[in-house]
Design a protein around this ligand. Structure first.
Ligand code: PNS
Length: 163
Protein backbone atom coordinates (compact mmCIF):
# COMPACT_ATOMS: atom_id res chain seq x y z
CA UNK A 1 0.00 0.00 0.00
CA UNK A 2 1.34 3.43 -0.88
CA UNK A 3 1.27 6.32 1.57
CA UNK A 4 -0.32 9.58 0.52
CA UNK A 5 -0.10 12.95 2.29
CA UNK A 6 -1.71 16.29 1.58
CA UNK A 7 0.16 19.60 1.86
CA UNK A 8 -2.58 22.24 2.01
CA UNK A 9 -2.38 26.01 1.94
CA UNK A 10 -3.41 29.22 0.29
CA UNK A 11 -0.10 29.44 -1.62
CA UNK A 12 -0.82 33.05 -2.57
CA UNK A 13 1.92 32.87 -3.82
CA UNK A 14 4.02 29.74 -3.19
CA UNK A 15 7.25 30.65 -1.35
CA UNK A 16 10.64 28.99 -0.89
CA UNK A 17 9.40 27.96 2.57
CA UNK A 18 6.45 26.11 1.00
CA UNK A 19 8.76 24.33 -1.46
CA UNK A 20 10.90 23.22 1.47
CA UNK A 21 7.83 21.73 3.21
CA UNK A 22 6.65 19.99 0.02
CA UNK A 23 10.10 18.47 -0.47
CA UNK A 24 10.14 17.17 3.12
CA UNK A 25 6.63 15.71 2.68
CA UNK A 26 7.84 13.99 -0.51
CA UNK A 27 10.77 12.49 1.43
CA UNK A 28 8.37 11.03 4.02
CA UNK A 29 5.48 9.78 1.84
CA UNK A 30 5.21 7.84 -1.42
CA UNK A 31 2.85 10.40 -2.95
CA UNK A 32 1.97 13.98 -2.11
CA UNK A 33 -0.97 16.13 -3.10
CA UNK A 34 -0.37 19.86 -2.83
CA UNK A 35 -3.84 21.36 -2.41
CA UNK A 36 -4.52 25.03 -3.02
CA UNK A 37 -7.42 25.72 -0.70
CA UNK A 38 -9.72 28.41 -1.98
CA UNK A 39 -11.15 30.39 0.90
CA UNK A 40 -14.12 32.39 -0.46
CA UNK A 41 -14.00 34.66 2.61
CA UNK A 42 -10.41 35.74 1.92
CA UNK A 43 -9.47 38.15 -0.86
CA UNK A 44 -6.56 36.72 -2.81
CA UNK A 45 -3.76 38.26 -4.87
CA UNK A 46 -3.67 35.43 -7.45
CA UNK A 47 -6.46 33.34 -8.97
CA UNK A 48 -6.43 29.70 -7.84
CA UNK A 49 -5.50 28.39 -11.31
CA UNK A 50 -2.44 30.66 -11.42
CA UNK A 51 -1.39 29.53 -7.93
CA UNK A 52 -1.60 25.89 -9.07
CA UNK A 53 0.39 26.65 -12.22
CA UNK A 54 3.15 28.49 -10.31
CA UNK A 55 3.50 25.60 -7.83
CA UNK A 56 3.75 23.11 -10.72
CA UNK A 57 6.41 25.21 -12.47
CA UNK A 58 8.37 25.72 -9.26
CA UNK A 59 8.36 21.98 -8.46
CA UNK A 60 9.49 21.15 -12.00
CA UNK A 61 12.30 23.74 -11.83
CA UNK A 62 13.43 22.30 -8.47
CA UNK A 63 13.36 18.73 -9.85
CA UNK A 64 10.81 17.54 -7.29
CA UNK A 65 7.67 17.31 -9.43
CA UNK A 66 7.40 13.53 -9.70
CA UNK A 67 5.14 11.86 -7.13
CA UNK A 68 3.60 15.29 -6.45
CA UNK A 69 0.12 16.26 -7.72
CA UNK A 70 -0.96 19.89 -7.51
CA UNK A 71 -4.66 20.60 -7.33
CA UNK A 72 -7.24 22.89 -5.72
CA UNK A 73 -10.13 22.42 -3.34
CA UNK A 74 -12.96 24.79 -2.55
CA UNK A 75 -15.91 22.63 -1.57
CA UNK A 76 -16.25 21.49 2.03
CA UNK A 77 -13.71 20.34 4.54
CA UNK A 78 -10.12 19.59 3.73
CA UNK A 79 -10.52 16.20 5.41
CA UNK A 80 -13.26 15.39 2.85
CA UNK A 81 -10.62 15.81 0.15
CA UNK A 82 -8.19 13.63 2.13
CA UNK A 83 -10.78 10.86 2.42
CA UNK A 84 -11.76 11.17 -1.23
CA UNK A 85 -8.17 10.55 -2.39
CA UNK A 86 -7.15 8.17 0.42
CA UNK A 87 -4.64 10.47 2.14
CA UNK A 88 -3.88 9.58 5.76
CA UNK A 89 -1.94 12.68 6.78
CA UNK A 90 -1.62 16.41 6.35
CA UNK A 91 1.88 17.93 6.33
CA UNK A 92 2.44 21.46 7.64
CA UNK A 93 5.57 23.53 8.20
CA UNK A 94 6.29 25.06 11.59
CA UNK A 95 8.40 28.21 11.51
CA UNK A 96 7.89 29.36 15.09
CA UNK A 97 5.69 28.99 18.15
CA UNK A 98 3.18 31.27 16.41
CA UNK A 99 2.64 28.53 13.83
CA UNK A 100 2.25 25.91 16.58
CA UNK A 101 -0.49 28.02 18.19
CA UNK A 102 -2.25 28.52 14.84
CA UNK A 103 -1.89 24.93 13.60
CA UNK A 104 -2.62 22.91 16.75
CA UNK A 105 -6.41 23.49 16.93
CA UNK A 106 -6.78 22.75 13.19
CA UNK A 107 -4.74 19.55 13.57
CA UNK A 108 -6.91 18.35 16.44
CA UNK A 109 -10.16 19.21 14.62
CA UNK A 110 -9.00 17.40 11.48
CA UNK A 111 -8.16 14.32 13.59
CA UNK A 112 -11.49 14.49 15.44
CA UNK A 113 -13.42 14.86 12.17
CA UNK A 114 -11.80 12.10 10.17
CA UNK A 115 -8.81 10.55 11.93
CA UNK A 116 -6.43 12.44 9.66
CA UNK A 117 -3.13 13.03 11.47
CA UNK A 118 -1.06 16.18 10.94
CA UNK A 119 2.70 15.82 10.57
CA UNK A 120 4.63 18.97 11.43
CA UNK A 121 7.97 19.49 9.73
CA UNK A 122 10.62 22.09 10.50
CA UNK A 123 11.63 23.97 7.35
CA UNK A 124 15.15 25.28 6.83
CA UNK A 125 15.52 28.21 9.31
CA UNK A 126 16.69 30.31 6.35
CA UNK A 127 12.99 30.51 5.40
CA UNK A 128 11.67 31.11 8.93
CA UNK A 129 10.72 34.73 8.25
CA UNK A 130 9.16 34.07 4.83
CA UNK A 131 5.39 34.13 4.41
CA UNK A 132 3.02 34.69 1.49
CA UNK A 133 1.51 37.71 3.26
CA UNK A 134 4.95 39.33 3.57
CA UNK A 135 5.63 38.62 -0.11
CA UNK A 136 2.28 40.16 -1.07
CA UNK A 137 2.97 43.25 1.00
CA UNK A 138 6.51 43.78 -0.35
CA UNK A 139 5.31 43.20 -3.93
CA UNK A 140 2.36 45.57 -3.56
CA UNK A 141 4.75 48.32 -2.49
CA UNK A 142 7.05 47.70 -5.45
CA UNK A 143 9.79 45.75 -3.61
CA UNK A 144 11.85 42.82 -4.89
CA UNK A 145 10.59 39.44 -3.64
CA UNK A 146 13.00 37.25 -5.59
CA UNK A 147 14.86 36.01 -2.48
CA UNK A 148 11.62 34.70 -0.95
CA UNK A 149 9.91 32.96 -3.86
CA UNK A 150 10.82 30.41 -6.54
CA UNK A 151 12.13 31.88 -9.82
CA UNK A 152 8.87 31.02 -11.62
CA UNK A 153 6.94 33.20 -9.17
CA UNK A 154 9.29 36.14 -9.38
CA UNK A 155 9.29 35.88 -13.19
CA UNK A 156 5.49 35.98 -13.17
CA UNK A 157 5.34 38.86 -10.69
CA UNK A 158 7.73 40.87 -12.87
CA UNK A 159 5.75 40.11 -16.05
CA UNK A 160 3.06 42.19 -17.71
CA UNK A 161 0.50 39.47 -16.76
CA UNK A 162 0.82 40.64 -13.17
CA UNK A 163 -0.06 44.17 -12.24
O1 PNS B 1 -1.76 28.87 3.80
P1 PNS B 1 -2.81 29.03 4.86
O2 PNS B 1 -3.76 30.16 4.50
O3 PNS B 1 -2.24 29.17 6.24
O4 PNS B 1 -3.67 27.66 4.84
C1 PNS B 1 -4.73 27.46 5.74
C2 PNS B 1 -5.55 26.23 5.30
C3 PNS B 1 -6.06 26.42 3.90
C4 PNS B 1 -4.67 25.01 5.34
C5 PNS B 1 -6.74 26.10 6.32
O5 PNS B 1 -7.48 27.28 6.29
C6 PNS B 1 -7.64 24.92 6.00
O6 PNS B 1 -7.29 23.80 6.30
N1 PNS B 1 -8.82 25.18 5.37
C7 PNS B 1 -9.74 24.13 4.99
C8 PNS B 1 -11.11 24.27 5.64
C9 PNS B 1 -11.31 23.22 6.72
O7 PNS B 1 -11.27 22.05 6.47
N2 PNS B 1 -11.53 23.70 7.97
C10 PNS B 1 -11.84 22.89 9.12
C11 PNS B 1 -10.69 22.26 9.83
S1 PNS B 1 -9.34 23.30 10.24
Amino acid sequence: MTSLAVVPGSFDPVTLGHLDVIERARNLFDDVHVVVVHNPGKSAMLPVARRVELIEQSLADAGIADRVTVTSWSVGLLVDYCQEVGATALVKGIRSEVDVTYETPMAIVNRDLAGIETVFVLPNPAHAHVSSSLVRQVASLGGDVSTYVPAAVSRFMNSSDFS
